[in-house]
Design a protein around this ligand. Structure first.
Ligand code: GLN
Ligand code: ZN
Length: 768
């Protein structure tokens, strides 16, 4: 009989208790003890919830006050010197300083946080461990042991979870020296052995070690490191059984090495790589246990239980029932907690979904089905019926959308004339100066507007009264931009809470949740929309406010849209059709929006694609096809406009080196990017590879509250004009301004405009 396991549970709490407790603590209104009490309550609730759902292998140590990679770094003593750690347990202030920057101890000088970046292809961010050449490691404090004992005191025999040493090192950065992180493995392993040894001594029978790096293309050195690591760890603590967990994709070329490792068990992602299961069954060592990730931990869809059961039973037939476990494909950190709060969802759509709580019931049900199928026959049938109903639903399938996408031709993806030919037409239409100035779209949202939205939702404010407030905000932002002297204006996005949710709320095929929160980083949570059906646009979405904004000024106002890839990336997507198809459908809806904006007299249209780079698949072989359809989706949105209509795009958090070809093919007239922090170094790639269209390198780091001076921005702009052709350069901040205060926005934009004028003046007086 298969047993039921879990790899990790959302830690934020049904009421986002952890978020609120953290923020109270950071604001100084909750003590460390109060925060820790909330942590304990959540852990206890989540453990008992999992036990009550019928999970036999309950993860412990997956709880974190900020991030599990940070916790691992702290546990092994990878604490950079600036955090003032002098041995022993790291104080909570220093821990939060590593996570968020600030003073590591009362009265100490503030220091910079660790870098943060996306966790594989998820929207979760981890903190990048910062190591030095010759880094020493030591066990600071075994937090895993604490949580293991805490669970046991509550009567829960948990399975500790630890990030594996090879993934830990591969995700780290080595400062001060050219050493490769993997060279540090020999010094790291004894600390891992010590952690495992203490757990074993306390009575732990199994430990789950996560090595998600196995979903990547790995160099030989990494595979050798893996072999060495697991040989040493199993030799050091022979009685502790190791379950090596991999997820976010198949093992690919790593499969052979992994199946040879001397571990007691292996967990594989059978949702992302179902085809690999038979090969794993063949290659697995005698006696090793296989945990099959059959329930999607990355997405919100209900499992087709009979189909999953067939895979599970095939594994049992091959290995023997006592060697098989069933589990979610990965930690449930990436899905919302429970459907219980979703009373407002369309009942049909709701019946197709499973969040973390429901997924654990599915896992338990599958395990039970291998013992006593009759007892769960009803649930299997209900799951199959929901799957069938979803497959045939008219809410999912819109033949018109499918027909329209099928009819897209290469001509629909091409603007016809090149940027060089379009440029003069646009210049004549727009009459912009050299080094034109603009912003990325959003302006600070006032508390008044946010409150108005709450009151609108509660029915305390009429839609008309709300619209009046939005109109006032737009008029004020237009006036402000004219006063500051910007050339291309925006409406400021006061009507949008979130750049994806705003469109999701208006498009057919999307559902919004009431409480579908997922941790993005630290206390920050997002509520991704769910794309369940073919996408179409019942009516224009942005035209009204763009038109209104344009009516308030003679200067051009940019229409502002979120691109198809970004909408896709920041939503839960359909698993019943390729992502490329969904992207194409969103693109068609946006193409109509672009056409309507153009018809309304909007001469510049910006389509933001900040998530294009992060959508890059983990495996190299999958990257070119992704870039092909991602670029095509952008072109489908934008290529229908006249030569004189100027298309802008914006990307942030980006590395452009590996995607420049794709960016060039997007063929936007103007590309506004984040670049101020790199001191324009980032622009090198544009020169090297000769980017022909216009570029707006950000010259104001909007992630910082600091107002940059005119001189500073003049300097950055001069650098940009040296790397790029000056006629190619636009002037803008790094990103939208919604997170900034008016008190910063006003002087910073004045300085930015002054910098543009200064550089233009110098260039005009330059001898030719
Ligand atoms: N137009 C959006 C804004 O200004 C872009 C945000 C983003 O790139 N993340 O807010
Ligand atoms: Zn941005």
């Amino acid at each position: 009989m298969a047993t039921a396991g879990n790899l990790g549970f959302p830690r934020i709490g049904a009421g986002r208790e952890l978020k609120w407790a953290l923020e109270r603590h950071w604001a100084g209104t909750a003590t460390a003890a109060e925060l820790e009490a909330v942590g304990r309550t959540l852990r206890q609730r989540h453990w008992t919830q999992q036990r009550d759902a019928g999970i036999q292998h309950i993860p412990v140590g997956d709880f974190s006050y900020y991030d599990q990679v940070l916790d691992t770094a702290v546990m092994v003593g990878a604490i950079p010197a600036r955090f003032g750690w002098a041995g022993g347990r790291l104080p909570l202030e220093a821990y939060f300083a590593m996570a968020r920057g600030g003073a590591p101890a009362p009265g100490a000088e503030p220091v910079a946080a660790l870098e943060m970046t996306k966790w594989f292809d998820t929207n979760y961010h981890y903190l990048v461990p910062e190591l030095v050449a010759g880094q020493a490691f030591q066990l600071t404090h075994n937090r895993l042991l604490d949580q293991y004992l805490e669970a046991r005191a509550l009567g829960v025999e948990g399975r500790p979870v630890l990030l594996g040493p090879v993934t830990f090192l591969l995700l780290s950065k080595v400062r001060a020296g050219a050493a490769q992180p993997l060279e540090l493995l020999p010094t790291l392993l004894p600390v891992y052995a010590a952690i495992l040894g203490e757990l074993r001594a306390a009575g732990a029978a199994w430990i789950q070690i996560d090595e998600p790096c196995l979903a990547l293309d790995l160099p030989v050195a990494a595979l050798e490191a893996l072999t060495r690591a697991y040989q040493e760890l199993t030799a050091a603590v022979p009685e502790l059984r190791l379950l090596l967990a991999t997820y976010f994709g198949g093992l690919g070329a790593n499969l052979g090495t992994v199946c040879e490792l001397p571990v007691a068990g292996l967990h594989v992602d059978a949702v992302r790589a179902p085809g690999e299961v038979p090969r794993v069954l063949e290659a697995l060592q005698d006696h090793a246990v296989l945990s099959l990730g059959l329930v999607d931990g990355r997405n919100v869809w209900r499992t087709d239980l009979p189909a999953a059961l067939a895979t599970l039973e095939a594994a049992e037939a091959h290995l023997g029932a006592d060697r098989v476990q069933v589990a979610p494909s990965c930690s449930l950190l990436h899905v919302p907690l429970s459907l219980a709060a979703e009373t407002a969802l369309d009942p049909a759509v709701r019946s197709w979904l499973a969040f973390a709580g429901e997924k654990l019931e599915e896992v338990a049900c599958l395990a039970q089905a291998t013992r006593d199928r009759a007892a769960v026959e009803d649930r299997l049938a209900a799951a199959a019926a929901a799957a069938a109903q979803r497959r045939d639903s008219t809410a999912v399938h819109d033949p018109q959308v499918a027909a329209r996408l099928a009819a897209v031709s290469p001509a629909d993806l091409s603007r016809g004339r090149s940027h060089a030919e379009r440029g003069p037409v646009q210049a004549a239409a727009l009459g912009l100066p050299q080094l034109p100035t603009t912003t990325i779209g959003s302006f600070p949202q006032t508390a008044e507007l946010r409150q108005a939205r709450v009151r609108l939702r509660r029915g305390e404010l009429t839609p008309e009264a709300y619209d009046t407030l939005v109109a006032e905000a737009i008029a004020a932002v237009i006036q402000f931009q004219e006063t500051v002297g910007l050339d291309v204006l925006v409406h400021g996005e006061p009507e949008r809470t979130d750049m994806v949710e705003f469109f999701a709320a208006q498009l057919q095929g999307f559902a919004l949740t009431a409480g579908g929160w997922v941790q993005s980083y630290g206390s920050r949570c997002v509520r991704p929309p769910i794309i369940y059906g073919d996408v179409s646009r019942p009516r224009p979405m942005t035209v009204r406010w763009a038109e209104y904004a344009q009516s308030r000024t003679r200067r051009p106002v940019k229409g502002m849209l979120t691109g198809p890839v970004t909408i896709l990336q920041w939503a839960f997507v359909r698993d019943d059709q390729p992502r490329a198809t969904t992207a194409g459908q969103i693109a068609l809806a946006l193409r109509d929006e672009v056409a309507d904006l153009e018809r309304a007299g909007i001469r510049i249209i910006q389509v933001d694609e900040p998530a294009l780079r992060e959508g890059l698949p983990l495996r190299r072989a999958d990257q070119p096809p992704y870039l092909r359809w991602a670029v095509d989706a952008f072109r489908l949105v934008t290529a229908g406009v006249a030569d004189g209509t100027q298309v802008h795009t914006h990307m942030c958090y980006s590395e452009f080196n590996d995607i420049l070809g794709a960016i060039r093919e997007m063929d936007a007239d103007v590309l506004a990017i984040e670049s101020s922090r790199s001191q324009m170094e980032l622009l090198g790639v544009f020169r090297r590879d000769g980017y022909p269209n216009a570029v707006g390198p950000g010259i104001w780091d909007i992630h910082s509250p600091r107002v940059p001076s005119t001189e500073e921005m003049t300097d950055l702009l001069e650098r940009a004009c040296q790397v790029l052709r000056p006629e190619q350069v636009w002037v803008n901040p790094d990103c939208g301004l919604k997170t900034r205060a008016w008190a910063e926005v006003e002087p910073a934009l004045r300085n930015m405009v002054a910098a543009a004028r200064e550089v233009a003046r110098r260039r005009a007086t330059l001898p030719v």
